[in-house]
Design a protein around this ligand. Structure first.
Ligand SMILES: Nc1nc2c(ncn2[C@@H]2O[C@H](COP(=O)(O)OP(=O)(O)OP(=O)(O)O)[C@@H](O)[C@H]2O)c(=O)[nH]1
Length: 399
């Protein structure tokens, strides 16, 4: 029996099983079985080199955005409008056969936009080019799920389900469960909050299903069985997703209003070029990019060429900025001077842990160097003394 048949069989068994206290352990085990089979399904076939034709798209620019959607929702048209790259648009399905990259130039940054082939129901089962589409989507910073505003709302649920089945978690944060496999000692199960979905027995059964007999599990939130499976699998990708409802030119104003009010959603019309600037702004915001302008001592910063960092979950610090310039630079940094919204006063002397914000200006002051002859002068990364002149302090820097 193939993997897909096995999954179908377990799904049928789950559908047959009544959900109550007595069956929850059995259902939990079945969920774990499905998760394991789905992971197997996503592994590339033996002997294949990986992604496949048209999918080995080199990363370029400061971030990557994937366009995902059913065929003929207007992804190619959107890509062409935003990037100027021509991706063949036609009113029949499956025109996009390979992955077509385009570059968006926005706020001094370059963002790679990928038009992925129309994802279809069943992609998670290995149908069509689902596996490749999903691999590229996982390598992106955010997903734009393009939907046809005039079609059924069910499309959004189908796509979300498909993406969940392959380990993509949209607009969710990782479950607050600490999990560590051990060599000995059995299973230690603890929680810092009362649990309503999972108990010790269920946790043991799921771990048993994965043949894990020694581990530490600590629930820091009232998580579900699915969350526990996600943590054990460890290969889930948590991504931001913006739902882009295209073709609002063909629906009524009430529907436009309803769609626009849904969380993480934006309404556009490629034909009328409506709301595309909002879409760009939203995309930028969700990517969490931070532009830092480096300022050589005694000179104005170059406001056309920022260092672009991703703020991610931990924010972006002076240390990240230095590592971006050169991996050995960090050893030589004495302190940095920061102008901008993250600074309390201008300039602020900051250490490596200082969290930078978008459009900050940074000047690196290096430690005393040996060839300095002990004269006590510090060098900035431009090799000039790091003393800040009055002229600089008054310099018209952006705040
Ligand atoms: N009414 C209307 N039609 C649109 C809009 N945007 C795109 N279309 C039409 O929708 C059809 C499909 O557009 P494509 O850009 O090829 O769609 P796609 O999602 O890339 O399709 P695949 O390549 O098959 O995945 C074309 O006929 C477009 O002219 C819009 O804003 N309003």
């Amino acid at each position: 029996m193939g993997i897909i048949e096995k999954i179908k069989e377990i799904e049928a068994e789950m559908a047959r099983t009544q959900k109550n206290k007595a069956t929850e352990y059995h259902l939990g085990q079945l969920k774990a079985k499905i998760a394991k089979l789905r992971t197997q399904l996503l592994e590339p076939p033996k002997g294949s080199s990986g992604a496949g034709d048209g999918f080995e798209v080199t990363k370029f620019g400061h971030g990557r955005v994937a366009l995902i959607g059913f065929p003929s929702v207007g992804k190619s048209t959107l890509l062409t409008l935003l990037t100027g790259t021509h991706s063949e648009a036609a009113s029949y399905e499956f025109t996009t056969l390979t992955c077509i990259p385009g570059i968006i130039h926005y706020k001094d940054t370059k963002i790679q936009l990928l038009d992925l082939p129309g994802i279809i129901e069943g992609a998670a089962e290995g149908k069509g080019r689902g596996r490749q589409v999903i691999a590229v989507a996982k390598s992106s910073d955010i997903v734009l799920m393009v939907l046809d505003a005039s079609k059924s709302e069910g499309h959004r649920q189908i796509l979300t389900r498909e993406l969940e089945a392959v380990g993509l978690r949209l607009n969710k944060r990782p479950p607050q469960i600490y999990f560590k496999k051990k060599k000995t000692g059995g299973i230690s199960f603890n929680s810092t909050v009362p649990l309503t979905h999972v108990d010790e027995k269920l946790c043991y059964q799921i771990l048993h299903e994965y043949k894990i007999h020694n581990a530490e599990v600590l629930f820091r939130e009232d998580a579900t069985v699915d969350d526990l499976i996600d943590v054990i699998e460890g290969n889930r990708k948590y991504m931001k997703c913006v739902y882009v409802y295209n073709k609002i030119d063909v629906i009524g104003i009430d529907d436009v209003d309803r769609l626009a009010r849904q969380p993480n959603s934006i309404v556009i019309s490629c034909n009328l070029k409506l709301n595309l600037d909002r879409l760009l702004a939203r995309m930028w915001e969700e990517m969490g990019l931070v532009r830092i302008y480096s300022k050589p001592q005694g000179q104005q910063p170059d406001f056309t060429d920022p260092v672009v960092l991703s703020s991610g979950r931990g924010g972006c610090t002076v240390e990240d900025f230095c590592n971006h310039i050169h991996r050995n630079l960090i050893k030589d940094v004495k302190y940095v001077l920061v102008w901008g919204t993250s600074a309390r006063h201008y300039p602020q002397h900051c250490g490596l842990g200082h969290a930078l914000q978008d459009e900050d200006v940074v000047q690196i002051v290096k430690k005393k160097e040996k060839e300095d002859g002990g004269r006590g002068r510090f060098k900035s990364h431009s090799n000039a003394p790091a003393r800040i002149s009055d002229r600089e302090k008054k310099a018209p820097l952006k705040t």
